[in-house]
Design a protein around this ligand. Structure first.
Ligand code: ADP
Length: 292
């Protein structure tokens, strides 16, 4: 297994805040790794230290065997930080060409624009685009140099559903060609849709690391969904959520709950039992730590 990013005992402090507290992580070639965590967990700091934008207080980062700040390393990675500013008067095609000029074997401009559905915007000035369009351009630019590893910090925040799906398709096609991605996201479904592996951070540390299924499995929560229930008081229900016509009961023991529902004579139709979502698991993992 080729390791593209090797992070060892990384610590980063801002004055008296410890944003990263001894993080170690390997990112292998070809993997899409989703980094999850509540606000302030240290995700952006980790990406910024890994990509050489910030210096660590202690510990080390190796990217493709080199220093993240060296020019040869920068040629094999792509980065879209959380805050991106595009030069307002530049046309999108010019921007792509400018970035491409920094790489030995860039992606063909037309192919890149097509992959990210930006062809209709090629002749538009960056400053005249909507925030969401600018974001799509900023993400696409990370892929221009045929990187081996791309870092995306909240790539689709603020995008509508169609634009998000277009970006997902672009990321998937890069992954299908063997590319590796480390991405953070506020949208759990984005991580669920794209990632091979999920790393959960909280308070500067990694608190869970596994496949989507493994992270889900770390909590035994099941989601029992009912229509039109009239429920007696029930034991063993972690939480109840209601949407327009369905009621969802989260429980650690679905069998016992179903037994209790039936013997109590509760009225309901259409029972459905499924594993908790990644979001349920994420909330349970980070929530548990905060209450202990
Ligand atoms: P996340 O990306 O998971 O939301 P961040 O990496 O942005 O987390 O932040 C981690 C911690 O470091 C937070 O407590 C945040 O307030 C703090 N922090 C981040 N950037 C700075 C900064 N420039 N100065 C001081 N504290 C910062």
């Amino acid at each position: 297994m080729t390791v593209l990013a090797r992070v060892r005992d990384l610590t980063r402090r801002y004055h008296d805040t410890t944003a990263l507290d001894g993080v170690s992580l390997d990112v292998p070639a070809g993997q899409v790794l989703g980094l999850l965590g509540p606000n302030g967990a240290g995700k952006s700091t980790l990406i910024n230290v890994m990509t050489g934008l910030l210096r660590p207080s202690a510990g080390s980062v190796e990217l493709c065997g080199g220093d993240p700040r060296s020019e040869s390393t920068r040629r094999v990675i792509g980065v879209t930080p959380q805050e991106t500013g595009l030069p307002e008067t530049w046309r999108i095609a010019e921007l792509v060409d400018f970035v491409a000029a920094h790489f030995p074997d860039p992606v063909d401009r037309a192919e890149l624009l097509d992959r990210f559905d930006l062809t209709p915007l090629a002749d538009r000035q960056a400053g005249g685009l909507s925030g969401g369009q600018q974001r799509r351009v900023a993400v696409a630019l990370a892929f221009v140099g045929r990187p081996r590893l791309v870092f995306l910090d909240e790539p689709t925040t603020g995008l509508d559903v169609d634009a998000r799906r277009t970006l997902w398709d672009g990321i998937r096609s890069f992954h299908a060609d063997g590319g590796a991605v480390l991405l953070t996201s506020h949208y759990i479904e984005e991580v669920e849709a794209l990632a091979d592996r999920v790393v959960v951070m909280d308070q500067g540390r990694i608190i869970a690391d596994g496949s989507v299924a493994e992270i889900r499995g770390q909590v035994r929560l099941k989601r029992v969904t009912l229509t039109d229930p009239i429920l007696p008081p029930l034991s063993g229900v972690a939480s109840i959520e209601r949407d327009t016509d369905r009621t969802h009961l989260l429980t650690n023991d679905a069998t016992a709950l179903v037994r209790e529902l039936v013997t109590s004579g509760a009225s309901f139709t259409d029972i459905e039992i499924e594993s908790a979502s990644l979001e349920d698991a994420f909330l349970a993992i980070t929530g548990d730590r905060r209450t202990t």
